[in-house]
Design a protein around this ligand. Structure first.
Ligand code: C2G
Length: 130
């Protein structure tokens, strides 16, 4: 069993999110996703996501690329989550490049290119301007 783990907020789900889940899924045979909690977002970004953690988890759980979803309560707990889920590989978008290299003693750490030009923030801006 080659388990891949990835993390994200996945707020206002968009094609960049789908692309990374599809590519992460292709790198193993089981994909586990840690969806960051509302409290974590409030702490780290100073605002709540548009969609609640229950909605964001339900959306990710519904993706055909995803085998299991759990709540990511802290950015500093990645080592525990990797061990608890027996992950062989951590996949993150390259906006996190280098940030998780210290976890390479636990599993392979891979950064994938982000999908250009799209983000939750840019979608919110487009909607605001309409
Ligand atoms: N992503 C991407 N292309 C985009 C936008 C996002 O590939 N255009 C990727 C990000 O690189 C990330 C995943 O989609 O790997 C989720 O993105 P976010 O929801 O922005 O996640 P973030 O808030 O960065 O994660 O431990 C990480 C935390 O959970 C926070």
């Amino acid at each position: 069993m080659h388990t891949v783990i990835t993390f994200g907020t996945f707020d206002v789900f968009h094609i960049g999110h789908l692309n990374i889940l599809e590519r992460a899924h292709a790198l193993g045979n089981r994909l586990i996703v840690g969806v960051s909690s509302d409290a974590l977002n409030l702490r780290k970004k100073g605002r709540l996501p548009v969609y609640s953690q229950q909605e964001r988890m339900a959306i990710i759980r519904g993706m055909k690329y995803v085998d299991h979803v759990f709540l990511e309560e802290s950015l500093e707990l990645k080592a525990d989550y990797i061990e608890a889920h027996h992950a062989k590989m951590l996949v993150m978008g390259d906006d996190w490049k280098g940030k998780f290299d210290h976890l390479s003693s636990l599993c392979e750490v891979v950064y994938l290119d982000r999908t250009p030009t799209i983000s939750t923030t840019s979608i919110i801006e487009v909607i605001k301007q309409r």
